[in-house]
Design a protein around this ligand. Sequence first.
Ligand code: ATP
Ligand code: MN
Length: 457
Amino acid sequence: MKHVDIKNILSNADMVGREVVVCGWVRTFRDSAQVAFLELSDGSSFRKLQVVIDKGALSLDPETTKLGASVAVKGAVVKAYKGEGKELNAKEIALLGKCPPDYPIQKKRTTLDFLRTIPHLRLRTNTFAAVFRVRSVAAQAIHRYFHERGYYYINAPLITASDCEGAGEMFRVTTRPWNCAAKTEEEYYRGDFFGVKAGLSVSGQLEGEVAATALGKIYTFGPSFRAENSNTTRHLAEFWHVEPEIAFAELCDVLEIAEEMLKYLIQAVLDECPEELAFFDSFVEKGLIEKLTHVLRSDFAVCTYTEAISLLEKENARFAFPVHWGSDLQSEHEKYLTEQVFKRPVFVTNYPKEIKSFYMKQNADGKTVAAADLLVPGIGEIIGGSEREADLGKLMAAMSERGMDESAYRQYLDLRRFGSVPHGGFGLGFERFVMYCTGMENIRDVTLFPRSSKNIM
Ligand code: ATP
Ligand code: MN
């Protein structure tokens, strides 16, 4: 269907006087004796196009005026009667699809909770359309950021036989029926599609290291899967994961790249989505634009885990889970650090090795590893990264301390046997970034069809 996007009509001065076809959904209808007005939106941007109908010249099918109906309008673009904008003088209106009155997206502001029950229709609202436009712009910016800096884009497999974190939160991939009569686990998997236990990847990092130690700088950007049972506003069972991996890099390099990347992404969203951000600033998070511009201007804070614990211990009375050296940081602690103490994004570095993964570089103190989590106000952890252990002996020792099966990691160990190099990287939760930029407080509201425990609509 030849037609022009509403966004193009409204943003190009030379459209005035042109005859065009516009397609969209009816958002409002106003009627008077001689003229009627339809407001159409087509998803191309926030703005709606006003269609002016001369009732003397055009007979109006009432179905084309119903909220949510889809129509194609042929007409002339003119300067708006009022204000700076443009409108369309209709010559022909064709009904594309009727919309009966039980259309669940009605004009009165409906709740996010209700809209979560109709994920297939909620993108027709201003809020969700804006979220997904921002999400798309952010995704493009991620590719641009890395591509402009010479990173290669790698696609790691989603089905894997290794559980990257050893954390046991992996979904299994199987073709065996639930009632197959295997007597042992081994027998069960022997009869399965891959012949071994397989699952959905929790991270592309191990494969990312393979690529980085050959191509130098790489990134992956794809789904990761975690069978998290925690029903929080920040966790999904399926989320999109941005994972750069850089050879010849130490922890300080990883921090520098993470900060630069995050600022680049924020700048791109500010530049390319001004209308969306103004909307979120008014209706979702007051001060959002100021928050984001403040982040661009400020240097991210850096503090070691040990410093963080001593800051938190002073405030232990306020936490549901008091901390001591060795505790994993909960969301309440992360938020306190970034929101109350530093009031800007903060990297927490050098965590106790017991609460971090086997592959992180062991520091000389024998107690901590070269990890860095980036915490941001309103969310908590948005990035988790580290320098990787490049020393074969130390890596094998860390694996055996954790009771890990070396034979499953032969390829990973080979990277340390053959020309090992200092390297590191991080993982950004893409949905958490979209939450941060839009002010949306629930990760389910920045994901088309969110998957979480007991929820797969
Ligand atoms: P958290 O402590 O918040 O559960 P994590 O430490 O388990 O996160 P990492 O393994 O470090 O997460 O993953 C890197 C990034 O991926 C995190 O910083 C976060 O932004 C994102 N992430 C991790 N798990 C999820 C999830 N279940 N849903 C959405 N994003 C996630
Ligand atoms: Mn983490």
